[in-house]
Every structure is written in structure tokens, then in C-alpha cells.
Design a protein around this ligand. Sequence first.
Ligand SMILES: Nc1ncnc2c1ncn2[C@@H]1O[C@H](COP(=O)(O)OP(=O)(O)O)[C@@H](O)[C@H]1O
Ligand SMILES: [Mg+2]
Length: 308
Amino acid sequence: MVHEVIGEFRSVTKRFGAMVALDGLSLKICRGINGLVGPNGAGKTTAIRLSLGLIKPDKGKAELFAFDCWRDSCAIRRRVGVLYEKLAFYDNLSGLEQLKLMAKLKGVSDSLVELKELLRLVELDEFAHDRRIGGYSAGMRQRLGIAQALLGDPELVILDEPTSNLDPLNRAKVLELIAFLNKEKNTSFLISSHILPELERVCSNFILMHKGKLLRQGTIGQMFDKSATVSFIVKVQPVESVFALLKVEEYVEDLSVVNDSLHVVVCDVGLFKQRLPLLISQVNASLDEVKMVKSDLETVFKSVVKED
Ligand SMILES: Nc1ncnc2c1ncn2[C@@H]1O[C@H](COP(=O)(O)OP(=O)(O)O)[C@@H](O)[C@H]1O
Ligand SMILES: [Mg+2]
């Protein structure tokens, strides 16, 4: 499936003193749900701040909706909703008052009906609407932040670590909401996270960053295609003789015996499939089962980061 590109970074470099936060970063943001993933310090927040025109690139160019992120940041901010990594609210205001204020500042509708509808969407109940934000739990603050990012029905919503303060149940709810908004309103998202498995289910485009650079970009399928390693469980008798042969095969990255089965991690699936029957017949072993263990995004992530 080809996704329409709505934003692009071309060789963007950003330094903070001697620290190179973005190092010739090139990436594409597509219509749909984009997952910006990478370990802490990869440069995700810097990339997000740069896309909003909050910081200026030292080199290269960043565009959103064909606007230059630095020069045309006002045009961009009208079309984009944001949840920053560090939430900042007026703690003395109620949730409803906070939204009303932010709607006014952004110049979008502050009708009570619409604001209440937003709060309902993020499951902040009537009771919470008029309570001081200072008394909200971390989860409630996060959900209020998401409601705030959705003010004015933006075309793109940027969420920097939207689930980091949430328990698993609330994390799942936030992701459900994102998928729902994308389906119902065609809202696009750029979600940064260092927690990968949860994004696997909702994102149509992944942007994997490490040390200020793009490591890989594409659909979940494309992340796997080029994945460095795949795991297999092989049931053979006798285990020991096949183990000894596999141990010295150059494409085998890791090998262990668990519950009388071989656990094999390989970096070349084709070669492994070709060689395994030969090795088995060499020692007259019998093969009961070969199972590929679906490598999840976490595994891909770790192997790619390790490669780098
Ligand atoms: N304002 C800043 N001043 C100095 N260093 C910064 C600043 N912002 C980010 N950095 C550094 O740039 C790198 C990337 O940070 P960041 O973009 O926050 O990564 P991530 O969001 O992926 O965790 C980190 O090493 C961080 O310490
Ligand atoms: Mg960050």
C-alpha cells in the first residue's frame, strides 16, 4: 500500500553545543498512523520540536504539509495538535477551563458542547470536567493532554510518548482511541515511543531512529523483511548431534536447547532452510517439527540497533 507523504525531513542536523541530537536525519511522515520509535536519547523529541518550528535546524530541511517547519511554523501549528513529552497545565484551572483557554489561544471553536465531547472521548467523566487539574491523577492528566491535542480537529496529531505515564489498561485505551480517530475522522498521527510492542498494532508507518539518524522506515512488513535475525524452534532426535552441526554454521547467531527442542536464531533464513535438511540427514537424525517464531518489533528493534 502506498501512503501519501505529508511531511519530510531531508538530512536534518541539529546540535546542542557539542551534542549532535539529529545527525543528517531523513524521514517521511505519511498519512495514517506513524510510529516514531527509538531508544531514549535517539532524538525523537528533538525531531518533534523541530517539526513544530520550536527549534531551527543547523543543516537540512524539514517540511510538513509542504510548509517549511522553521519559516512557516504558524501555518503548521494551525493544522497540527500536540501532546508534549512534559505536560504543562494550569493546575488551578479545571479540565474544561484549560481546554477553553487553549482553544481560544489556538483560535479554534471553544463551544462547550464540543469541549465536553472531547473530554468524553478521552473518558474524563463529568465529575472531572470541573475539578482542578492539580487534583488529577497522572492518567487523567495524560488524557486531558490528548484532548488538548485534539482541539480544532487537526489534520495531524503529534504525541510525544503519550503512554509513558499510563498503566497497561490505559495505554491500550489511548491506542484504541488513536485507531478510532484515524478511522472515523481520517486524523493522522505521529506517535513517539520507546515502548514498541504496543505501537505494532496501530501504526501503518514506522520510523526507527537511533543516535539522531534514521535506521529504517516502512510498514511493519518492511521492518521484518530486512530484519537481521529470525528465530526458529526445531524439534529433532537426537538433539545433540544436530546442535553440534548447527553450532558451526556461519548464519547461526544464537543456539540453545530448551525443553528438548533447539532454539535457533539465524541471520539468513534462506540459507538456514536450505542447510537444515542436509545437516539432519548427515547425522541420520529425524525431524519432528520446525516452527518460525514470529519476531516482534522489539526483536527487530534490538537487532537493528545492535547492528548499528
Ligand atoms: N535542549 C537541549 N540541550 C542539550 N542537549 C539536548 C537538548 N535537547 C536534547 N538534547 C540531547 O539530544 C539527544 C536527543 O534527545 P531527545 O530528542 O530528547 O531524545 P529522545 O526523545 O529520543 O529520548 C539527547 O542526548 C539529549 O540529551
Ligand atoms: Mg523524548
